[in-house]
Design a protein around this ligand. Structure first.
Ligand SMILES: CC(C)(COP(=O)(O)OP(=O)(O)OC[C@H]1O[C@@H](n2cnc3c(N)ncnc32)[C@H](O)[C@@H]1OP(=O)(O)O)[C@@H](O)C(=O)NCCC(=O)NCCS
Length: 429
């Protein structure tokens, strides 16, 4: 910490109020538990805990089952708890999972954290699917949330292995990605973070930085083969978590030193963020956002992409403004000015911060404004732009118009400004 900057600390402290007393589920792949960076990861867990963030650790065991099988010359029937688990494989899974849980507990205690490996997953057999008996593979039936809450309430980090138990004391091998979803749902976690050995969800060789659950659903159903099998599982489970009410799911690389904190405490993390609702992060601007809007758009104003707006101007039209927040930080804005007499609306002040460009936020803001304009019964949407006119045309279906298309009062200010912006028009049917 010697060379940590105070500004870093300020950036982190900004997030604290929103996460205090909230639950994060960290789902760690087995391979990460034995990675040399795991100690750093647990240090980060200690930091989260010290900020009153409740952390639950779920871990997998696939990698260790693979290496145990090799060591013992056993041919394992499955590694990750999604296929058939025969008796010898269950045996390997028990050994691997127990050792890994123990390793996690050791690591927690090295950071002065109390941990407990909890038997909180009730499972029943996965059963016979298309004629194939999955034997000792289990399906999560219930999560003992009382026990988990009681541990968390006492300051204990629950550690959950990829094993489930039925009422008769039988053990089943369950998939850890699925356990994490069930636990996140039941504990109403605000974040589920998959910690893997890859940089995030990679689709056809490209890292996805941020994606809406609906868009991810389309990718998975249209071209699931574009993901590696392991990442397809993460994608599917991330979708299931979002659909079950977990607002944000992250997939990050646990071998990177700043992976976890970078993802949680910056508004442009290093991995993949999967989030739930398309317009959830767009909200009306409030008086306290005026300064943030000015700061956000400063560069664009200087580059003459946007008109300079004073505090008074912004204050007067504040009801027209919307901002996009990522983890409580404004990263984009837009306004809809309405000309009721002409049934026209003007989309203005569209801006996306450079760190969040090319993620579809601009398009989403335009769609959002369009939707509002339609709801207001407007028939035409206008936009004025000096440097993004082809964007409005190619990405949002606007066509080039003329100054005469503007409502009279607006045309006057347009002429007076001398900016010579292009006028763009979109009919709303
Ligand atoms: C224009 C702007 C809003 C785009 O936001 P964004 O969230 O990055 O855009 P999206 O992710 O929806 O779309 C990205 C696509 O638009 C293209 N694009 C971005 N800026 C562009 C511009 N000025 N002109 C033409 N195309 C542009 C990108 O190349 C990318 O193309 P691709 O999908 O084919 O790869 C953003 O760059 C910005 O804030 N610019 C400065 C302010 C401005 O000019 N505002 C408009 C005046 S109201």
């Amino acid at each position: 910490m010697a060379d940590a900057k105070l500004t870093d600390l300020r950036a982190i402290l900004r997030y604290i109020p929103q996460f205090r007393e909230k639950t994060f589920i960290l789902a760690v792949d087995g391979g990460i538990v034995t990675d040399e960076n795991f100690a750093t990861l647990l240090l980060d867990v200690a930091l989260l805990w010290s900020l009153n963030i409740r952390v639950v650790l779920v871990h997998g065991a696939a990698e260790q089952i693979r290496s145990l099988a090799e060591d013992h010359d056993v041919s394992a029937s499955d590694f990750d708890g999604s296929g058939v688990t025969d008796a010898p494989t269950l045996d390997l899974a028990l050994t691997a999972a127990t050792r890994l849980s123990h390793k996690v507990l050791e690591g927690l205690s090295a950071n002065d954290l109390r941990g407990a490996c909890a038997n909180v997953i009730t499972a029943h057999p996965f059963g016979i699917i298309h004629g194939v008996d999955h034997l000792f593979t289990g399906r999560v039936e219930r999560v003992d949330t009382d026990l988990l809450q009681s541990l968390l309430g006492q300051g204990v980090v629950p550690v959950i292995p990829p094993l489930g138990f039925d009422g008769e004391g039988k053990t089943y091998r369950v998939n850890s990605d699925g356990v994490a979803v069930a636990v996140a749902e039941q504990l109403k976690a605000v974040k589920l973070i998959y910690i893997t050995s890859q940089d995030g969800l990679i689709f056809r060789g490209q890292l996805i930085r941020q994606v809406l659950v609906e868009e991810l659903g389309k990718l998975v159903s249209q071209d699931g083969a574009g993901f590696e099998p392991e990442m397809l599982s993460k994608a599917q489970h991330a979708m299931a978590a979002c659909q079950a009410g977990v607002p944000r799911v992250h997939v990050i690389n646990g071998t990177l030193e700043e992976g976890l904190l970078g993802e949680v405490f910056s508004n442009h993390g290093l991995g993949t963020l999967i989030h739930a609702n398309e317009y959830e992060d767009i909200r009306p601007a409030k008086k306290k956002d005026i300064r943030a809007i000015q700061l956000l758009t400063k560069q664009a104003v200087e580059a003459d992409e946007l008109v300079r707006r004073t505090r008074v101007m912004l204050e007067r039209a504040l009801g027209d403004y919307f901002i996009v927040e990522i983890d409580k930080n404004p990263v984009a804005c837009v306004a809809l000015h309405v000309y009721d007499d002409q049934k026209q609306g003007e989309l203005a002040s569209l801006y996306v911060s450079p760190a969040h460009e090319n993620q579809g936020i601009g398009r989403r803001l335009i769609q959002f404004v369009e939707k509002r304009a339609r709801e207001r019964g407007l028939t035409e949407l206008l936009a004025l732009s000096t440097q993004a006119f082809t964007y409005f045309q190619s990405k949002a279906g606007f066509v080039e118009g003329r100054p005469e298309d503007l409502p009279p009062g607006r045309r006057e200010t347009y002429e007076r400004s001398g900016r010579n912006s292009k006028v763009l028009v979109k009919r709303l049917q």
